[in-house]
Design a protein around this ligand. Structure first.
Ligand code: ZN
Length: 170
């Protein structure tokens, strides 16, 4: 996302009732996002879960790595693939604090991820619900189940406070 884009907390779909386990996983992703903010990174965190276990944790590393592709989802998927020793992340779920962008949504399809839980929408770059719906596009060879709105207000508040501090410094 660009620094100008602030996520919107409005969800058009009624959020599903999430389990305590699912909420706990998103809390971990939020903690990673908070770490990212402390390093001057846009606060987005992601984890990969397989068989009820967290196999990878990451946050956005674009600034520290000087890497335009180092979004939390990509970094988390790379780590998960290394742990599993295979690029296919079949039967794995990704939890991310903000709606994935087109790059990450494409990578999630390529990795054959089973489900994506995300927090807040990204009206400026979201490619899962907001601008595109890549994860359930029937023309692609894999579809990912999408579960938006898990702790979305917390994720959104974190981003708003980060960009608020940035603006205050300018
Ligand atoms: Zn992305």
């Amino acid at each position: 996302m660009s620094t100008a884009s602030l996520p919107d907390t409005t969800l058009d779909e009624l959020p599903r009732v999430f389990s305590e386990t699912e909420t706990g996983f998103m809390r971990l992703a939020l903690a990673l996002a908070t770490d990212a903010a402390g390093k001057g990174e846009v606060p987005v965190g992601a984890i990969v879960v397989k068989d009820g276990r967290v196999i990878a944790q990451a946050h956005n590393e674009r600034e520290t790595g000087n890497d335009p592709t180092a979004h939390a989802e990509i970094v988390a998927m790379r780590k998960a693939a290394a742990v599993l020793g295979q690029w296919r992340l079949t039967d794995a779920d990704l939890y991310v604090t903000m709606e994935p962008c087109p790059m990450c949504a494409g990578a999630l399809v390529n990795a054959r991820i089973r489900r994506v839980f995300y927090g807040c929408h990204d009206p400026k770059a979201g490619a899962v619900r907001s601008l595109y719906q890549i994860l359930d596009d029937r023309r692609l060879n894999h579809r990912v189940e999408v579960l938006p709105g898990l702790l979305g207000q917390e994720a959104s508040a974190l981003l708003k406070s980060f960009f608020g501090r940035l603006r205050a410094r300018v």
